[in-house]
Design a protein around this ligand. Structure first.
Ligand SMILES: Cc1cc2nc3c(=O)[nH]c(=O)nc-3n(C[C@H](O)[C@H](O)[C@H](O)COP(=O)(O)OP(=O)(O)OC[C@H]3O[C@@H](n4cnc5c(N)ncnc54)[C@H](O)[C@@H]3O)c2cc1C
Length: 389
C-alpha cells in the first residue's frame, strides 16, 4: 500500500482513535469521523489490563498510561455483608501477567490517543455512513451527508449499534439485551480508606476502586428488565439496591450526587460475524464484537484490534483470522462470567460463594485465573517495538 494512502475511521471512541493512531504511525493519511460534537467519552473510567497496555506500547504511550496505575496492596471479591471470598494483590496480578492493571478516566485515554493524531485528523459532528465498501479495483466510499469521501481503507469503529456493521452484514442479528443494567460514578470520596473490591450479591454486583488522581470509581450492576429508569433518580435507586452493603459502599453513595450517576443497559452481540472485513472495510471494537463488561475487556479488545489491524492493513483477511477467534472466545467467556456473577437463585449463589471461598483458600489469586490467555496477550510486533512512523 502506498504510504500516502487514505484511511477513514468512522467513530472516534477508544477503538477508532487507537486505530487511527496505529495507521498514522504506519504512514497512512487518516481522517476520523465522529458523530458527536466533541470526543468527550461516556462512561467515567476504564480498566486496562496488560494486554491493552502492550498494544498501547506499540503506539508509544504504554508507559505513560502504566504510570496512572493506582491499585496497590490487597483487593478481591466480597459478599454484600463484607466477607472476603477471595483476596489477591496488585503485585500478584502484575507478576502473573507481566504488568499492572490500570484504571483511568476514559477522558484521559481519549485525550492521549487523540494527541497522537496530526492536527485536523478528527472531524467531530460528522455522522458518517458507508456507501460502498470498495474492492481491489475501486476505493471505498463514505458519506457524511455534507460530503462524499473515498479511501483505500475504511475502519468501522462506530460502536455497538454500528451502521457500518449492518451495511456489511445486513442479515446478521443485532445486539441483544444482556439481562442487566449498570451504573457508574467517578467522584471524590474524602476521608474513606478502602481496599479495591468487587462484591457479588444475588443478581447484583458492586465494585469500588481508587484512581491515581484521588477520585474513586464505583460501578454497579443489577438484573432488571431492559429500559428501566428510577421514578425518582438513579442515586436513590442505588441506595435502595446497595445502601445496606458493606463499607465503603454507603460512603460512596453518600458522596455521590444524583447527576454523578450514569446508567446504561448492557447489550452484546451473541452471534459472531462471519468476518471482521468486507472489501476495503474493517470492523473493530464494539462494532465487531460488543461483549458484556464482566471481564472489563471490551475496550481492551478494541485497542488490541487497532494495532493488529494496522499490522495487517494490506491483508484484511489476515486481520479477521487474527481477531475473530480470539474476540469470539473472550466474548463467550464474558457471557459465562455474567451468568456466575449475576446469578440470582439463592441456592446457586450459596454454592458459588462456597466454591469460590474454598478454591481461593486452596490457591490464592483465583480471580486472576480467569484472565489467563487474555491479559498475557502480546501484539504482533517484537517485544518493545513500536510501529514505525
Ligand atoms: C458498564 C460498562 C463498563 C465497562 N468497563 C470497561 C472496562 O473497564 N474496560 C474495558 O476494556 N471495557 C469496558 N467496557 C466496554 C467498553 O466501554 C467498550 O467496549 C468500548 O468503549 C468500545 O470502544 P469502541 O471504540 O469500539 O466503541 P465506542 O466507545 O462506543 O465508540 C464508538 C464511537 O463511534 C461514534 N459513532 C457512532 N456512530 C457513528 C457514525 N455513524 N458516524 C460517526 N461516528 C459514529 C460514537 O459517537 C462513539 O464515539 C465497559 C462497558 C460498560 C457498559
Amino acid at each position: 500500500m502506498a504510504r500516502s494512502a487514505h484511511a477513514i475511521v468512522i467513530g472516534g471512541g477508544i477503538g477508532g482513535l487507537a486505530a487511527a493512531a496505529a495507521l498514522h504511525r504506519r504512514g497512512w493519511d487518516v481522517t476520523v469521523l465522529e458523530r458527536a460534537r466533541t470526543l468527550e467519552p461516556v462512561g467515567a473510567a476504564i480498566s486496562l489490563a496488560p494486554n491493552a497496555l502492550r498494544a498501547l506500547d506499540v503506539l508509544g504511550i504504554g508507559e505513560e498510561i502504566r504510570d496512572l496505575a493506582a491499585w496497590q496492596g490487597d483487593g478481591g471479591l466480597r459478599t454484600p455483608g463484607g466477607r472476603w471470598l477471595s483476596r489477591t494483590s496488585a503485585e500478584t496480578a502484575a507478576a502473573r501477567f507481566g504488568g499492572p492493571l490500570v484504571l483511568l478516566p476514559r477522558a484521559t485515554l481519549v485525550d492521549r490517543l487523540a494527541a497522537l493524531l496530526p492536527p485536523g485528523a478528527v472531524r467531530t459532528a460528522a455522522a458518517a455512513s458507508l456507501t460502498d465498501p470498495g474492492d481491489g479495483r475501486r476505493p471505498a466510499r463514505v458519506s457524511t451527508g455534507a460530503d462524499e469521501l473515498e479511501a483505500e481503507l475504511v475502519v468501522g469503529a462506530d460502536g455497538i449499534n454500528s451502521r457500518v456493521r449492518s451495511a456489511l452484514f445486513p442479515d446478521r442479528p443485532g445486539p441483544v439485551y444482556a439481562g442487566f443494567t449498570t451504573w457508574r460514578v467517578l467522584i471524590p470520596v474524602p476521608g474513606v480508606e478502602f481496599a479495591s473490591h468487587e462484591t457479588w450479591g444475588r443478581g447484583r454486583i458492586w465494585g469500588t476502586h481508587p484512581l491515581k488522581d484521588g477520585r474513586v470509581y464505583a460501578y454497579a450492576a443489577a438484573m432488571t428488565p431492559a429500559g428501566g429508569r428510577a421514578a425518582d433518580d438513579e442515586k436513590a435507586e442505588l441506595l435502595r439496591l446497595f445502601g445496606d452493603w458493606h463499607d465503603p459502599v454507603p460512603a460512596v453513595l453518600a458522596a455521590a450526587r444524583p447527576e454523578d450517576v450514569l446508567r446504561h443497559d448492557v447489550h452484546h452481540i451473541t452471534t459472531p460475524l462471519p468476518a471482521y472485513h468486507c472489501g476495503r472495510v474493517a470492523l473493530l471494537g464494539d462494532a465487531a464484537h460488543a461483549m458484556p463488561p464482566t471481564l472489563g475487556q471490551g475496550g481492551n479488545q478494541a485497542v488490541e484490534d487497532a494495532v493488529v489491524l494496522a499490522h495487517h492493513c494490506d491483508d484484511l483477511a489476515a486481520y479477521t483470522a487474527a481477531r475473530l477467534p480470539r474476540t469470539t472466545a473472550i466474548s463467550r467467556q464474558a457471557v459465562q462470567a455474567a451468568r456466575v456473577n449475576m446469578a440470582r437463585n439463592p441456592v446457586a449463589v450459596a454454592v458459588r460463594d462456597t466454591v469460590i471461598a474454598a478454591l481461593s483458600k486452596a490457591g490464592p489469586g483465583l480471580l486472576l485465573r480467569g484472565f489467563d490467555g487474555i491479559a498475557d496477550w502480546r501484539p504482533p510486533y517484537a517485544a518493545g517495538e513500536a510501529i514505525e512512523r
